[in-house]
Design a protein around this ligand. Structure first.
Ligand SMILES: NC(=O)C1=CN([C@@H]2O[C@H](COP(=O)(O)OP(=O)(O)OC[C@H]3O[C@@H](n4cnc5c(N)ncnc54)[C@H](O)[C@@H]3O)[C@@H](O)[C@H]2O)C=CC1
Ligand SMILES: O=C(O)[C@@H]1CCC=N1
Length: 266
């Protein structure tokens, strides 16, 4: 692709996206610039990815067609105030923050700016990211497609109505954390029953990966896939019985409702 990409902030999510983009090869390292606050991050990111790095956010703005705001939500106001004068009509701003609407972002810029609001997730690093996307009226269909090509480069992108973006946070942006917790818990149980830890992580993570692939590739209902594992009078249904007794489904639902609620409040 013939665009330059800038990241303001270069923490966990920006590094996952940069790593994915470079792994996939949709952009060259020379096409990417990122800013960070500390000298050590500037040096580390440049060494890790070979991209241009700077402590000056305006340098990112001056050198990028598409600018990802990759700082925490509470720093959005400061960063937007810092860069808004320098943003031109042709540049596209990509937000990755939960809760920040395109109208809220547009008001902070105080002028007509092209804004794409996204919610990515860290599996972008291994090209298995899933990103929810919506836009404001200043972004054309072609421009949205261009941004989606970048997002698709490290996984998949789905354009959704803006009022679903807070739900995307809980089901996608935040959800790898619950899945990691689940893998960790499964591995702990296997270790408790005598399996070496490294082997336990491999078995537990492979089960999650394979199960996710089955949902996506067979398109069967997850309940049907679950039933296919549960032999009558067998081992699995015993595990399911205990999970139901301990409120597994309800815990997940309540946790995600808390997550969506928090995103709405940010
Ligand atoms: N970590 C994740 O899995 C996901 C994060 N996000 C969103 O991505 C954004 C970044 O999150 P993380 O990468 O997790 O946070 P992080 O804390 O790892 O990275 C943020 C980086 O921004 C830098 N920073 C702070 N103020 C700055 C400024 N004024 N100028 C330039 N850089 C500045 C910080 O030094 C830090 O390195 C947040 O809005 C978060 O909600 C979205 C989806 C998933
Ligand atoms: O925890 C957070 O607030 C961010 C947003 C989605 C994932 N991490």
């Amino acid at each position: 692709m013939n665009v330059t990409l800038g990241f303001i902030g270069c923490g966990n999510m920006a590094k996952a996206m940069i790593g994915g983009i470079l792994k996939n090869g949709i952009l060259m390292k020379e096409q990417i610039i990122a800013s960070a606050v500390s000298d050590s991050t500037v040096a580390k990111v440049s060494e890790q990815f070979g991209i241009k790095t700077t402590k000056d956010n305006l340098q990112v703005v001056e050198n990028s067609d598409i600018i990802f705001l990759a700082v925490k939500p509470q720093y959005y106001e400061t960063v937007i105030h810092e860069i808004r004068e320098k943003i031109t009509d042709n540049q596209i701003i990509v937000s990755i923050a939960p809760g920040k609407t395109v109208d809220w972002l547009g008001d902070l810029f105080g002028k007509e700016v092209k804004i794409v609001r996204t919610m990515p997730n860290t599996p972008a690093l291994v090209l298995e990211g899933m990103t929810g996307v919506c836009k404001n009226n200043n972004v054309t269909a072609e421009e949205l497609e261009e941004v989606c090509r970048i997002l698709n480069g490290f996984g998949k992108a789905a354009v959704v109505k803006e009022d679903l973006m807070d739900v995307v946070v809980s089901v996608s942006g935040s959800s790898p954390a619950y899945v990691f917790l689940f893998i960790e818990a499964m591995a702990d149980a296997a270790v408790a029953d005598g399996m070496p830890r490294n082997l336990a992580y491999e078995f537990a993570a492979s089960a999650v990966l394979g199960s996710a692939k089955m949902v996506i590739e067979t398109k069967k209902h997850p309940g049907e896939l679950k039933d296919m594992v549960c032999s009558p009078g067998g081992t699995t249904i015993e595990a399911i019985r205990v999970l139901e007794e301990k409120g597994f489904r309800s815990s997940v639902i309540e946790a995600m409702k808390a997550c969506t609620k928090k995103a709405r409040e940010l």
